[in-house]
Design a binder for this molecule. Sequence first.
Ligand code: CO8
Length: 260
Amino acid sequence: SNRNILVELEEGAGVAVMKMKSLPVNSLSLDFLTEFSISLEKLENDRGCRGVILTSAVPKIFSAGLDIKEMCGKSVEHYAEFWRAVQEMWLKLYKSNMVTIAAINGNCPAGGCLMAVSCDYRIMAENPKYSIGLNETQLGIVAPFWFKDTMVNTIGHRATERSLQLGLLYSTSDALKIGIVDELVPEEKVLNAAAATMSQWLAIPDYARQISKSMMRKPTVDRLLTHRESDIQNFVSFVTRDSIQKSLQTYMERLKQRKG
Ligand code: CO8
């Protein structure tokens, strides 16, 4: 199925654009995550594809992060299946052999930010209404160790510590300053800027670049692979707590009230 993610492969350049299109906010549901992993896997196995630009087809929103509905009032089995799919998405993206560039054309909280920082390079639309960050603690939940690791690998220990404890959502200019994103460009130039950066990265011989990428990322990937089952158990026992269910429900209600 290709309902949530549009993939356009430009054969000549060897570059695919993955456009997330799941209304209203590109939240990462089990369906979405499954489709995402399959789409990325297909590109990974396609010798004609060397780079992927990840972006959104939903105006103003890159991704709202994990679908909170998948974490509320569901069975233990469902939570486990959902969490495995979140892990799988991250593993596929973080250890991809392709050059991955996030073209962040909208809001990018929590799981959306995880996707972005899992890419090799980030370009964000300069817009005072957009923010990016791991805001989990603001929902009363905790980003797991591999979200933390990915963030540390991007902005360093101290910035991650502050960012995680406070659940900070950074404005685009603060995000650039702290290094969550690498570049800000006017909204209408995000995709062109991503394509330009892509061709710079693709000028490097694949094999040497891939080994270098793997050298940097493998320890982080292996850490989750080693603790994958216990990470699922942790998520399930955390998310099934009454206090966490309450926090998530309250947060969803606040989102709905904010509307209009
Ligand atoms: N999941 C499910 N539904 C969502 C989500 C979400 N993450 N975000 C928004 N929605 C829903 C809203 O409830 C609303 O639904 P409805 O139309 O039925 O009222 C609809 O989408 C539209 O939302 P908004 O009206 O808020 O749209 P805006 O364009 O005004 O704002 C935003 C878009 C900025 C994306 C805003 O919706 C927002 O801030 N969303 C919440 C983002 C967020 O905090 N996500 C965190 C998810 S948690 C996560 O990703 C990682 C958790 C890892 C740890 C787990 C351990 C337990």
